[in-house]
Design a protein around this ligand. Structure first.
Ligand code: GLU
Length: 329
């Protein structure tokens, strides 16, 4: 080797994922499943990991929840290569993106109230579903103004993305081939809110792109959002688009999404009553097909044994015996 040969380049991870907790409440067992799988895939496949605290939902953000999330991830034995980053410190990347969307006639200000939008909705699928508050109403296409290049000059009103009437297809690494038409399902969706902040759909795209995220792993309640996010990547000219892995939700015994009504499944609660992280990981391991029945396990052992190909495809149900196993001494 010549005496002044340049040093070997340090290998830069070509792939990167992120752990993206929202500090709107404490992390619960469903979050533990998602973060463990995400972290295990990253460590197994050599992806770098960014920790991003998604703190834009300010009305719902709870004081101390960001630090609690970090402490809880550490308690589980997870680590990351970059961050924590937040979303509220510097608005510039999001306002820049809004300027681009507005200048390219992809977004427009919309001061209509929810009631006005609902009044204008004629087709049944344009109305919110009283039995399913998570089901969004479709924004009626006739409420869209003529599209024209604009200045992003009013950051205290809602801005909507003009969803093109086209089919978005992508291959989800877990959920398989997907096909969505955003214009037909939710219509023009909010990308900037009248609180003066980017909406989740825009923030996640801007952040994933600028932080170099190529792999998005999350629960499948966000599967529909992926198509909206891909539309934003395309409208903003951002590449590469990430590949997606959407995991089935963790449900309570009644088949509804695991929540407060099912008792206290916060990870901090288990920690406070003396349940070790290895029991939580052991339960997640059983849910993920790593073992037939729960057995105490460290995060590293979970990562070594986890296999996305043998993870059960259907939703996971937290049963009373799961809770009993966690609390066993
Ligand atoms: N912050 C979101 C959550 O906690 C995750 C968003 C995402 O992964 O795109 O549900």
């Amino acid at each position: 080797m010549p005496p002044h040969a340049p040093p070997e380049p340090v290998p830069v991870a070509a792939e990167r994922t992120r752990l993206a907790p929202s500090p709107t409440g404490a992390l619960h067992l469903g979050n533990a499943r998602t973060f463990l799988v995400n972290w295990a895939l990253a460590r197994r496949r050599g992806w770098a990991i960014t920790l991003r605290i998604e703190d834009l939902d300010t009305p719902r953000t709870k004081p101390g929840a960001a630090q609690d999330a970090i402490d809880t991830l550490r308690w589980l034995g997870l680590d990351w290569d970059d961050g924590p980053f937040d979303q509220t410190t510097d608005p510039t990347p999001y306002t820049d993106a809004m300027r681009t969307l507005a200048a390219d006639a992809h977004a427009y200000p919309c001061a209509l109230t929810r009631a006005q939008i609902e009044d204008a909705a004629s087709a049944p699928h344009e109305r919110a579903d009283a039995d399913d508050p998570a089901r969004e109403a479709r924004f009626p296409p006739e409420l869209r103004p003529a599209l024209a290049p604009r200045a992003f000059d009013d950051p205290v009103t809602n801005w909507r993305f003009a969803a093109p009437d086209e089919e978005i297809t992508f291959d989800d690494d877990f959920a398989g081939p997907q096909r969505r038409n955003v214009a037909q399902s939710v219509g023009d969706f909010v990308v900037w809110t009248k609180r003066g902040q980017p909406a989740y759909q825009l923030a996640v795209v801007v952040d994933d792109h600028r932080q170099g995220v190529t792999r998005v792993v999350r629960a499948d309640d966000l599967l529909d959002s992926a198509a909206r996010q891909l539309l934003l990547y395309r409208a903003l000219g951002l590449r590469p688009e990430p590949s997606y892995t959407h995991l089935p939700l963790v449900l309570g015994p009644d088949g509804r999404r695991l929540a407060k009504r099912h008792g206290d499944t916060r990870l901090s609660h288990y920690r406070d009553v003396g349940v070790g992280a290895e029991r939580v990981i052991g339960l997640v391991a059983a849910w993920c097909g790593v073992c037939a029945t729960p057995e105490p396990m460290h995060a590293d052992d979970f990562a070594a044994a986890f296999d996305l190909d043998t993870m059960p495809k259907g939703p996971i149900t937290m049963r009373p015996e799961d809770e009993a196993w966690l609390l066993q001494r």
